[in-house]
Write a protein that binds this ligand. Sequence first.
Ligand code: DI6
Ligand code: FE
Length: 402
Amino acid sequence: MNQLWHHCHAITMAGGSYNVIENAALVIGDGRIVWIGAEADLPDDVAVESRRDLGGRWLTPGLIDCHTHLVFGGDRSGEFEQRLEGVDYETIARQGGGIVSSVRATREADFDTLYASAEARAQVLLSEGVTTLEIKSGYGLDLESERRMLQVARELGRRLPVTVHTTCLAAHALPPEYAGRGDDYIDLVCETILPTLAAEGLVDAVDGFCEGIAFSPEQIRRVFAAARGLGLPVKLHAEQLSHLGGCQLAAEYGALSADHVEYADVDDARAMADSGTAAVLLPGAFLTLREAQSPPIAAFREHGVPMALATDLNPGTSPVMSLRLMMNLACTLFRLTPEEALAGVTLNAAKALGVAATHGSLEVGKVADAVAWEIGGPAELAYWLGGQLPVTRFKAGAVVDR
Ligand code: DI6
Ligand code: FE
């Protein structure tokens, strides 16, 4: 049942570098890569049942958007206007806007309404090469609404040609009915929401928002302990607006990733390197909030912290529907190289989801999730400031569009 893909240039991303194989061929069997190399070196004895001519295109691993909040009700364009008039994000949040206004709209939306709007957003991401997607809850903040969000996320993975990883972000914000009772809400998260939704098979990982406008490190520690008790990996929105120690806490719990990390420092980078925690950079939120402090890229490089990149697609701080645009912004705003940007949406994004053993690069044994691009070379993927490049996407060896 092997198929041969040939007449392409493979940007393998093995080890996180381009590792280009010009005039490449791949043998795909059972949805996995069985052989990859220069077409001229293809062994004679490989049995191949079908051949696909990729027409000289460049082949990359399928793109992975490892941090999204793409299931939500309503929109927040009104707050966008407020911010343009000079009101800042924290002030809006303290006035009952921000995350809590999306919570109201999400609680009011039924499954089908949530599904329809989320599917439309997911389709846009897929159309530019995404084959794996992480989706967080966190706009429900009660058992039923958090469940509905995660059910929508799971359904997206069933109906669309994309692998969906779900993350329970019940510790995203304090719901209005718990005003002044943050610890009680954390009790609800740890004792009811997480164990129930985990038992229902809806949770692949647990996340939290460690920030002055959200939860303290002590409260997040309790959430992490509960996750550990359930055998679930953790990740954290950390040091986005201030330095509270979230990265150190994430590292202590062996988190898959610490995300945003604008205010992280060298010690945080060292701790994350030691624990194998990826840094997920979110330039869309950085740009939208007009932040001034960039993440410590040099420290991440120096200590070998894998840097992933994601859209953070959410209605408040990152209304972003293009992962390739994030590659461009990461280069322009954070001074990543185009090669680092591509690693950020392939191998390092796979690390941030704990799936690097099977995804994120074109290597023997890995799942044949790939994208064929009509480009002149790898840097073009980060070069265009938005816009659509024609793509052919493959999921586990099968063409899913074009
Ligand atoms: N940080 C973010 O950027 C998003 N969540 C978070 O913890 C913002 C979510 C929102 O404003 O709706
Ligand atoms: Fe986020």
